[in-house]
Design a protein around this ligand. Structure first.
Ligand SMILES: CC(C)(COP(=O)(O)OP(=O)(O)OC[C@H]1O[C@@H](n2cnc3c(N)ncnc32)[C@H](O)[C@@H]1OP(=O)(O)O)[C@@H](O)C(=O)NCCC(=O)NCCS
Length: 228
């Protein structure tokens, strides 16, 4: 069964739901599992962090969502060129989450700080920074993430900007490579934590593959559905 997926900006009043979608998508992410050892606790604190990031991107970037007529099923959260790394701004915005972490997991606070600093990416060049890409777990692996990612990449290409991101999940490297990203750096910034990969996608004029993205789904490709 083909499901029609619409790409659109975030609507007024959807920010809270988006934080919960982010948490469902990242619940098993290696980095969040490292930072928060208790799943119960993480389920309460991480959405606070996501809420701060969503509000920040609403002011300093772009939030694309994909839906099927209802609430967002997927999102790509971007910071616009010149707004990364916004360390001081992030700490202020995420203060409730930092305080919550400090009360229970004091030893994880330095790692949270490093995360806030932007982990391993070092990019002096202005670029669109992908903060989060997330798909509802029930809809993963059906091309929805590729569609919502592609919308932001086109925006960057149209304005001749590069793109950057970090990920702690090795499986994601193949996805991003299909869209022209390359690994710039692999680091181990967290004590006993997962590796972090920084990926970079040069501006269109500097990419050999510029033009239609190799492996990117076409605009009219039907989205695979599990028939839910
Ligand atoms: C990563 C993610 C956004 C991809 O969106 P998607 O709609 O599932 O992916 P698509 O169907 O467009 O493309 C599939 C590719 O995504 C990658 N992928 C990563 N995690 C995946 C997952 N849980 N399920 C399916 N694909 C996944 C793989 O490279 C996969 O290609 P493969 O099937 O050849 O291995 C989505 O799976 C997700 O939300 N994962 C959890 C959060 C996350 O890791 N976000 C990225 C942080 S940088």
């Amino acid at each position: 069964m083909a499901t029609s997926i619409e790409l659109r900006p975030l609507r007024h009043g959807e920010a809270g739901g988006l934080s919960r979608l982010l948490w469902r998508a990242f619940e098993h992410d290696p980095l969040f599992r490292h930072l928060f050892r208790s799943r119960w606790y993480a389920g309460r604190v991480v959405p606070l962090l996501f809420g701060a990031r969503v509000r920040d991107a609403l002011r300093h970037g772009c939030i694309d969502v994909a839906g099927a007529g209802g609430p967002p099923l997927a999102t790509a959260i971007w910071l616009s060129p010149g707004h990364f790394p916004p360390t001081a701004r992030r700490i202020l915005a995420g203060l409730p989450a930092y305080l919550a972490v400090a009360t229970l997991f004091l030893d994880r606070l330095p790692d949270l700080w490093r995360l806030t600093e932007g982990t391993a990416i070092v990019a002096d060049e202005p670029h669109w920074h992908l903060e989060y890409l997330a798909v509802d777990p029930n809809r993963q692996g059906q091309g929805v993430g590729s569609r919502v990612l592609n919308a932001g990449l086109r925006r960057a290409d149209d304005a001749a900007f590069a793109c950057g991101l970090t990920t702690s999940n090795e499986r994601n490297l193949a996805l991003y490579r299909r869209f022209g990203f390359e690994v710039r750096d692999e680091s181990q910034p967290f004590r006993d934590g997962p590796p972090i990969w920084s990926m970079w996608r040069p501006a269109a004029a500097l990419r050999a593959d510029a033009g239609p993205e190799p492996g990117a789904p076409g605009e009219n490709r039907p989205i695979r559905s599990r028939g839910r």
